[in-house]
Design a protein. Structure first.
Length: 416
């Protein structure tokens, strides 16, 4: 099992390029199932999760080739409707194949994804939406069997603006007869990227990025070349690392509009940054004040930046209250941060973080992707050398994180 050895206390300086967004490319690869034509994806990050999604597509009959940041996807024929259990259980996000499989093949058999470290994460709203379009859902020996002879457009109100449910319904509705309207839809930038991709293939989706999305059913989609948006969570993580460590870092290849909820909080905390043409420049001495943060759906503060933000605030002046409203049980990083000297108390869905002067190194383990990023951030500021285990979680979502950090002057080594 590989691990990171991180020696803290170094300033970060220089420029770091953000990769394409994991949470955009995953549903986009799934959407490739909607056409038999060839697709080229530019800025596709080479991540463990992307490899798993590629294997899922290959298990259904697709062909995928990677050439640097470019991916060639070709799914001329789909010769299976069932995805192996071990692939779905490796990555919950692979449930977004349900919508496009239903649209193109009229059936999909997928093992129930079950829970994960950050909560039970049910998929009831995905299934409710697909049923509203005319699909039948059966549970059989741990498998979900979803099928439809014909999908028909419908008006679907989501109880909560779920990202995955919005994506699945949007893709299922692409070939449905007539119009589908998703109300209380998720508004995340990754939804907009997926809708843009489908429209580039000939789809008719309007309203992505607002809470009402309209999908007009079409007969056929064709091939295209699409450039994936930059990863706002990776960008946010580097911005937080730069703020915490001190130094001057240009985080480039970002869409700053996607980072507004984070930038507003950093401004409130007294972190100095500039929005420039090619990125966001953070100029920090590693001093900042405590702020209260509440995670919300977009355009609120993203839950995926809660853990790195909390790690940064462990050294702020004053007391911060961080409230997680999107996922239950998303404070797994807190116990590990406490092992590094952090002063944090959990009260219900909030973490009360009393800022301290400095953290110390400790052996810690990543419980999930963003918790892992929080531990990397904390160990970059801690005194001594921390050992971070279970880094496969981190590599699911951060491309070349140790190389990128080394490029900024951090002392980080990956040990196999
Ligand atoms: C996506 C992102 C994830 C991010 C999350 C919220 C991907 C691959 N993952 O996850 O990084 O943290 O959005 O921005 O894009 N829920 C239900 N029933 C459902 C669906 C969701 O109860 O049918 C609940 C979940 O348990 C969770 C909340 O709704 O508490 C939000 O989930 P959702 O927006 O669906 O997140 P994901 O699509 O799983």
């Amino acid at each position: 099992m590989s691990k990171f050895l991180v020696t803290g206390g170094k300033e970060l300086n220089g420029k770091v390029d953000v990769s394409g967004a994991k949470n955009a490319v995953l549903p986009i690869i799934a959407a490739c199932l909607l056409t038999s034509d060839k697709i080229i994806l530019e800025e596709a990050p080479d991540l463990l999760d992307v490899q798993v999604m590629s294997q899922v597509i290959e298990s259904l009959g697709g062909k995928i080739k990677r050439n640097g940041k470019r991916m060639h996807v070709s799914i001329r024929e789909i010769n299976s409707v069932e995805t192996p259990y071990d692939l779905i259980s490796k990555m919950r996000a692979s449930i977004v194949i349900m919508g496009p499989m239903l649209a193109r093949k009229g059936r999909v058999r997928i093992s129930h994804p079950g829970g994960c470290a950050i909560g039970s994460r049910p998929i009831n709203w995905h299934l409710k939406g697909l049923e509203a379009l005319g699909a039948q859902v059966r549970m059989d020996h741990g498998f979900l069997d979803v099928s439809a002879t014909r999908l028909k457009g419908a008006r679907i109100y989501l109880d909560f603006p779920s990202v995955g449910a919005t994506e699945n319904i949007m893709m299922a509705a692409v070939y449905a007869e007539g119009q589908t309207i998703i109300e209380n839809a998720a508004q995340e930038p990754e939804i907009v990227d997926l809708a843009n991709f489908i429209n580039e293939m000939g789809g008719k989706i309007r309203g992505a990025g607002t809470n009402i999305i309209t999908i007009e059913g079409v007969r056929e989609l064709h091939g295209t070349t699409h450039t994936v948006i930059p990863d706002r969570i990776e960008a946010g993580t580097f911005i937080l690392m730069a703020a915490a460590c001190g130094g001057e870092v240009l985080v480039s290849n970002v869409i700053s509009a996607h980072l507004k909820p984070l930038l507003a909080k950093l401004d409130e905390a007294g972190v100095i940054f500039k929005e420039e043409d090619d990125g966001i420049r953070v100029i920090s001495k590693g001093n900042y004040s405590a702020v209260d943060v509440k995670t919300q759906v977009h355009p609120g503060f993203p839950t995926d930046l809660q853990a790195p933000m909390l790690a940064m605030l462990t050294r702020a002046k004053g007391t911060s209250v961080i409230t997680e409203t999107v996922f239950e049980n998303r404070f797994m990083h807190v116990e590990e941060l406490k092992r590094m000297g952090a002063d944090i108390k959990i009260e219900g869905r909030s973490a009360i973080v009393q800022g301290i002067d400095s953290m110390y190194a400790a052996p810690v383990a990543a419980s999930d992707l963003r918790a892992g990023a929080a531990l990397v951030l904390a160990s970059l500021t801690a005194k001594g050398t921390s050992e971070i285990r279970e880094i496969h979680h981190i590599e699911r979502g951060y491309e070349d994180i140790e190389l990128k950090l080394k490029g900024l002057g951090a002392e980080i080594i990956k040990v196999e």
